[in-house]
Each structure stands twice: as structure tokens, then as C-alpha cells.
Design a protein around this ligand. Structure first.
Ligand SMILES: [Cu+2]
Length: 509
């Protein structure tokens, strides 16, 4: 069902479209090349985006950091727009307790959002900060001209360069660095979006956000703590360690979640920087009312998941009818739950039981992101590094991780689920040998077991995707909770147990 407001937007948009088409027809350019005659829908291509020389005084483009989007240009005539973008190489968190050396446009991943109007003449200034180690340049997919600006913008550290282009085609375009090795510059976060508004502007909405997916390759495992270098081998093999929205796990969750109110129309400008993966972009619990697929001119309606190629983008509108947490994911779903491709849009407002009966999205979808206390994991990582990791810190970190990893089956208080999942609370199986905990976590457990007098004969899959730190902290949390005997598992111990070739039940002592 379309709301009246959306119906109106569509109307306004289509009438503007008609007006634009008419303007195009009245334009001075004829069908001189013979192609234009073939189809009535022929738009005349890029030439229709040339509205002549810039008028008025030059304007400075408003650039924003993600997830913010600059306001509409509001212009009715072509202008000269000055864009100043700095390349900054810097260490930033990629996950809790994990840092990575990103190469950025404007100090963020993705880079600053640029918004201009079709027909504008853009004077682009690219500055590479003096403390950079690499030269960089920029290829904007919205540029008509060889290399999209790349050759004219090659900039050594401490230098700046300038080139000018006319934004002939409206649409949402990716920009990225194209300095060799290109894949490495892109993998390090060198991409962003430029919106070239159609002459009439985009239909108005209540909230606009900027989200961009990227895949990242580190030498360590997913969530392996400390500083992680780029892994060229993994990048070539296309085996990402992380798949992320806005450059870091948790960039858009917890108190950094996107926000909206019931009744709002929300627009997402979503890009995919790659370098390798194609995104199956989906918002759990929403249906896109409109998707300007591939960032182009036409929109599709009533879409569940939209495909965003590497180096491509899409615009999507939807209206919030019911409050709660909506989860943005790449629906290649292991990426969401095991590589980080997960963001949250938190909507406030009154329930509407006629549309949905209520209840927050549960931890099944939010995973450990439902917990606001992932800070504990970072604290433990820092303490471990300095060799001063306390039992309390290990327990706190383990608690946060347990919620996302174990509680689905063993339940939040370790009470288990009758007949299906054995209890971890006051478990005599654990009490008989506390080292069984890290063993079971790393190698799984199958076959008959008796826990607190009840028989279970099921399968727990190995959780070997967890890092040694995570196994140590989760195990320590379990051992020190719910009446279990206490004790500690160290990272070194977890690493040793990982190497043991125990299949199924851990060895008896
Ligand atoms: Cu670069």
C-alpha cells in the first residue's frame, strides 16, 4: 500500500520528469547523429546534461562524512562548484580492539559524500597530506573523460592537483583511487560516493543516509586483536576477513545506529566500494518502496534485496511504519554474521499493531551487536596486550561474546533448553573437567552425553571461527558463572587446544 504522501511524491516526481523531458525536446540539439531518431525514449545521452556555461559565482560544495548526506543543492541553474578533498592515511579501528591502516578520502571510510547538480562544472582539488606514504589519485564514475579524472589527479604526498569536469549525467556514482596497485588502494578504503542530482532534484524525504560496503583483507583472523596489516594474498584470492558497512564493525550499530521515526520516509544512498564482492543489499524487516537500481534514473518498486555491484551504487526509499531495529545486511549472510556486514536503523515511535504485532527484533538477527557492551572486548584486548588482563576483564569480554555466540542455543543464563540443549549453568559435565569448555567450543561435541542427570544426544558444531582470545574469554566467563567451579582459560591454552586433533567428544582424563 502506498501512503498518500508517497503517492504525492511520485506525482511530483513524474510531473517534474515530464517537464524535464519537454525541456529536453525544446533543447537546441537536434538528432544529428541519426541514433536519436530510432526510439522516442532516446534521451539524447550525456548531451542533455549540458545546460551551458556555469552561472553566478562559484560555490563551495558541502562535503559530509558518512553516514551524513549533504543537503540538496537547491539550484535551478548550472553552477561552478569547487570540491576540495584531502587524502589522509591513518590508523582506525576496523573492529573492537583491532586497528588497520586505512587510506581515505577526507579521513573516513567511505570518503566524503559529494553532491552536485547535473550540468554543474566541478573544479576538483585533490590534496595528498604531507605525512602520506603513497601517491594517490581519484577516478570518479560520474566524470565523462578518460580515466574519470585519474590521470589528471595523480598526487604525490604533500602535493595537490586540480582538474575540472562537467557533470553531464545524473545519478549516484562511486569514486575511488586508481593508483597502482589499484586493488590495494581500494581495499584500504579509498572510495566514496558523488550524487549528481537530476535538474529537478531528488524527491524530498525526511531522512537521508550514506552507507557504503567494502571488503577488507587482514593477515589475522576476523576479530584477531591488535594492529592488522593488509593481506595481498587473501585479496587476490577474494577471501575477505571483513565485509563492512562504513569501514568498521560497529560503525552503524549501538549508539552509532542510524535513526528515524515512525512515519518518516528514509532514503539510503548505498555504494559498494568492493574491491571484490558484489552486495546483496537488504534491510531486515523493510521493503524498499523504490530503488533507483544501479544508481540510475529509473526506479523499481517493492524490492526486497537489491544487487549492488563492486564499483556501483543504488538509492532506496522506504517508509517506517513500525518502531524497532531494522538490520541492514549483505544477504550473502555469512558476511553479515561472521564478517561484520551489519548495520542498524533504529526507529522510534508508536506501535502499530494492525501492521505488526510488536516485539523488538531479537538477538538472532542482531547477534552480539544487540549488546551495547562490546567495549568490554576491546578493554580486554588492550589489557591482554600489556600483560595485565584481569579475571574480571576476561569475564566481561566473555559475557559480551557469549550473548552473540552461545546464548541462541544454551540460552542467555546458560539454563539450556529442555531435551535439546544441555545447561551450562551448574553443569556437572563442566565440573568434572573445566578444560572441557574450551575443548567443546573449538572442536564441537556430538554423541551421547549426560548433563545433570539428563541424557543428550545431539551435535554442537565446532566454533573454530573464534579467535584464541575469544575462546579464552568465553570459556572463562562460563567457568565463572551460574554456579560453575571457576578457573581461567588463557589465550595460549586456547591456541594449544586448537592444535589438538580431537574429533567429537574431548578426551577423558
Ligand atoms: Cu590511493
Amino acid at each position: 500500500m502506498k501512503t498518500r504522501k508517497q503517492g504525492r511524491d511520485v506525482l511530483i516526481f513524474s510531473s517534474l520528469l515530464v517537464a524535464a523531458l519537454l525541456a529536453g525536446c525544446q533543447g537546441e540539439r537536434g538528432a544529428g547523429d541519426g541514433r536519436a531518431a530510432s526510439a522516442q525514449s532516446d534521451s539524447g545521452g550525456s548531451r542533455n546534461g549540458d545546460f551551458g556555461p556555469p552561472q553566478g559565482r562559484p560555490v563551495d560544495a558541502v562535503l559530509t562524512s558518512p553516514p551524513q548526506v549533504p543537503p540538496p543543492t537547491g539550484r535551478k541553474a548550472p553552477a561552478k562548484v569547487i570540491v576540495k578533498l584531502d587524502v589522509v592515511e591513518k590508523d582506525l579501528p576496523i573492529s573492537e580492539g583491532v586497528t588497520y591502516t586505512f587510506w581515505t578520502f577526507g579521513g573516513t571510510v567511505p570518503g566524503s559524500f559529494i553532491r552536485v547538480r547535473q550540468g554543474d562544472t566541478v573544479e576538483f582539488h585533490l590534496r595528498n597530506l604531507p605525512d602520506s606514504k603513497m601517491p594517490h589519485n581519484i577516478d570518479l564514475h560520474g566524470v565523462t573523460g578518460p580515466g574519470g579524472g585519474a590521470a589528471s589527479s595523480f598526487t604525490a604526498p604533500g602535493h595537490s592537483s586540480r582538474f575540472t569536469f562537467k557533470a553531464l549525467n545524473a545519478g549516484l556514482y562511486v569514486y575511488h583511487c586508481a593508483t597502482a596497485p589499484v586493488g590495494m588502494h581500494v581495499a584500504n578504503g579509498m572510495y566514496g560516493l558523488i550524487l549528481i542530482e537530476p535538474p529537478e532534484g531528488m524527491p524530498p524525504v525526511d531522512k537521508e543516509y550514506y552507507v557504503m560496503q567494502g571488503d577488507f583483507y587482514t593477515t589475522g583472523k576476523y576479530r584477531e586483536k591488535g594492529h592488522q596489516p593488509f593481506d595481498m594474498e587473501k585479496a587476490i584470492e577474494e577471501h575477505p576477513t571483513y565485509v563492512l558497512f562504513n569501514g568498521s564493525e560497529g560503525a552503524l550499530t549501538g549508539d552509532k545506529a542510524l535513526t528515524a521515526n515512525v512515519g518518516d520516509t528514509v532514503r539510503l544512498y548505498v555504494g559498494n566500494g568492493g574491491p571484490n564482492l558484489v552486495s546483496s543489499f537488504h534491510v531486515i524487516g523493510e521493503i524498499f518502496d523504490k530503488v533507483w537500481f544501479e544508481g540510475g534514473t529509473r526506479f523499481q518498486e517493492n524490492v526486497q534485496t537489491t544487487l549492488i555491484p563492486s564499483g556501483g551504487a543504488a538509492i532506496m526509499d522506504f517508509r517506517i511504519e513500525v518502531p524497532g531495529s531494522y538490520v541492514l545486511v549483505d544477504h550473502s549472510i555469512f558476511r553479515a554474521f561472521n564478517k561484520g556486514a551489519l548495520a542498524i536503523l533504529k526507529a522510534d515511535g508508536n506501535e502499530n499493531k494492525a501492521i505488526y504485532s510488536g516485539k523488538e527484533v531479537d538477538y538472532v538477527y542482531l547477534g552480539d551487536r544487540a549488546q551495547p557492551n562490546m567495549k568490554a572486548v576491546e578493554t580486554a584486548a588492550v589489557a591482554a596486550k600489556t600483560g595485565e588482563l584481569s579475571l574480571e576483564e576476561q569475564v566481561a569480554a566473555g559475557k559480551a561474546l557469549f550473548a552473540g555466540t552461545c546464548s541462541t542455543c544454551h540460552q542467555p543464563e546458560g539454563q539450556g533448553l529442555a531435551g535439546v540443549f544441555p545447561p551450562l549453568a551448574k553443569s556437572d559435565y563442566i565440573a568434572a573437567d573445566p578444560k572441557r569448555v574450551p575443548n567443546v567450543v573449538l572442536h564441537g561435541l556430538s554423541g551421547a552425553v549426560k548433563v545433570n542427570g539428563t541424557d543428550y544426544n545431539s551435535v554442537m558444531p565446532p566454533m573454530s571461527q573464534l579467535t584464541d582470545d575469544e575462546v579464552a574469554n568465553i570459556s572463562t566467563y562460563v567457568l565463572n558463572s551460574w554456579g560453575n567451579p571457576g578457573g581461567r582459560v588463557s589465550k595460549a591454552e586456547a591456541a594449544r587446544i586448537r592444535q589438538t586433533q580431537v574429533a567429537g567428544a574431548p578426551a577423558e582424563h
